[in-house]
Design a protein around this ligand. Structure first.
Ligand SMILES: NC(=O)c1ccc[n+]([C@@H]2O[C@H](COP(=O)([O-])OP(=O)(O)OC[C@H]3O[C@@H](n4cnc5c(N)ncnc54)[C@H](O)[C@@H]3O)[C@@H](O)[C@H]2O)c1
Ligand SMILES: [Fe+2]
Length: 438
């Protein structure tokens, strides 16, 4: 089990300057997005750097839902700056962009596609040393501060793909629940749906010992290994957190900041840690202490990449950006009722167990109805959380299905872990069934 480094605590962001000083960093790159650059999380980091005499340059041009072009702009900045350490302050978009900037500026002769996942890229293993990267997450869902993954839209194919290597994992994640106090409600909901689907997909994924291929060299083994006893524990735990806190947060609009502070919905997802000051269990961000142990991905994630990549004009509420955007968590969750109806015949007991955690009464449920029970539970959950009514509400129609299927096929890294293999016809049917949810 490879574990990531995290430090957790309200206000822990203030320590980032000391961490960099302890590392001997002299020339730091601070990455964030335009919106966050005006908000307290970035201010706190900058104050800490100044206080500790750390020289730094700010790159605030991170694209929310990054693309290969936006990655390359950040890589150029990193190459020119010759930095000896990085700090990423933001959600998955910022942290992923910073990982790519660190990687390619440390490997300046590499072509962009060299490290991108096959079959879109060459999927080369990373053998160059990278600079330290401290990640300060400001959303609660991606767990990017703990993963060796950087996701982007590959514009040429209009599909999401990524770079996956343990080498790009941040050196340290500083997890500070105070940042969630600034998160808009839909950002909370969507990052929560990412957690929900990762948990469901992990728990119902193909078990690790049935996965193939099984490369003999450890460096070639995939980060996503399939379900296993460690990931099972985290997946169930994460589902319990989602069931308990996510709806409560999103539906309790307008609760006072002070109340949010001592009532952890604002600190939402992830590990339940004891919070002595607030006398309540408090969740940190890092749902995935280490992605390969709990964060399985299969159907919903594989299908989500073209849903985001082929976006037409949809603009998500609460996202302060000037381009069409389907947030990652939304793109993942909309197919979840169809996907789990489809996969349930392989591990029906696990599907029923997750439905129960999400609030279904399964006492009289039949095993053969496991998929339908979970799908109904998910639909109810999504309806109560005001989620758009399926892919049609995002501007997709039946005519888009062939393109959505073509965009899913290259996502073998994740779709291969689905408990039931999907043909092109199956994928078409799953997209069709996800056009409308309610
Ligand atoms: N690397 C990984 O392991 C991994 C895992 C899951 C998702 N992802 C990727 O992460 C990206 C999504 O990241 P995300 O959901 O964390 O959000 P994000 O980084 O895309 O940010 C979403 C929006 O929320 C704003 N925001 C973020 N934190 C805020 C705060 N505390 N207060 C106010 N506004 C805030 C941002 O400015 C932005 O407008 C996607 O590209 C997805 O593919 C990566
Ligand atoms: Fe995800």
């Amino acid at each position: 089990m490879a574990v990531s480094n995290i430090r957790y605590g309200a206000g822990v962001t203030k320590e980032v300057g000391m961490d960099l000083q302890n590392m001997g960093a002299k020339n730091v790159c601070l990455m964030t997005d335009k919106n966050l650059s005006q908000l307290p999380p970035v201010q706190v980091v900058m104050n800490s750097l100044v206080k500790n005499g750390i020289n730094f340059k700010v790159y605030d041009n991170v694209r929310v839902e990054p693309t290969d072009t936006s990655f390359m702009e950040a890589i150029e900045f990193a190459k020119k700056g010759a930095f000896d350490a990085y700090v990423a302050v933001g959600g998955g978009s910022t942290i992923d962009t910073c990982k790519a900037a660190n990687l390619y500026s440390s490997s300046p002769r590499s072509e962009f596609l060299d490290y991108v996942n096959a079959p879109i890229g060459k999927g080369k293993p990373v053998s160059v040393p990278l600079k330290p990267l401290i990640a300060v997450p400001t959303t609660s869902g991606t767990g990017s501060e703990t993963t060796g993954v950087a996701i982007f839209d590959y514009e040429q194919l209009k599909v999401k793909t990524g770079i996956a290597s343990r080498a790009i994992k941040p050196t340290l994640g500083l997890i500070d629940p105070l940042h969630t106090l600034h998160m808009p409600d839909r950002v909370v909901a969507n990052s929560g749906f990412d957690v929900l689907c990762h948990a469901l997909e992990s728990y119902t994924a193909l078990p690790y010992h049935l996965r193939s291929p099984c490369p003999s060299n450890p460096i070639s083994r995939p980060a996503y290994q399939g379900s296993n006893p460690i990931s099972d524990i985290w997946a169930v735990h994460a589902l319990q957190i989602v069931a308990k806190y996510l709806k409560r947060y999103v539906t309790q609009q307008g609760i006072e900041t002070e109340q949010k502070k001592c009532d952890p919905p604002s600190c939402k997802m992830c590990l339940v840690l004891e919070c002595p000051e607030w006398d309540c269990p408090l969740e940190a961000w890092s749902v995935d202490i280490e992605e390969c142990h709990w964060k399985g991905q299969e159907g919903c994630h594989g299908m989500s990449y073209p849903i985001s990549g082929l976006v037409k004009t949809y603009k998500a509420k609460d996202y302060n950006v000037d381009h069409p955007l389907v947030p990652h968590g939304l793109s993942v969750v909309l197919t979840s009722p169809a996907v789990f109806t489809f996969t349930a015949e392989m591990f029906p007991e696990r599907h029923l167990e997750t439905a129960k955690i999400l609030g279904a009464d399964i006492r009289t449920a039949r095993t053969q109805d496991a998929g339908l029970v979970l799908a109904d539970t998910l639909r109810k959950f999504l309806f109560e959380l005001n989620v758009d009514d399926g892919l049609a509400a995002l501007g997709y129609s039946t005519a888009d299905i062939p393109a959505l299927v073509r965009g899913t096929l290259p996502q073998e890294r994740v779709t291969k872990l689905a408990p039931r293999p999907q043909s092109e016809e199956d994928l078409s049917a799953l997209f069709e069934a996800s056009m409308k949810l309610y």
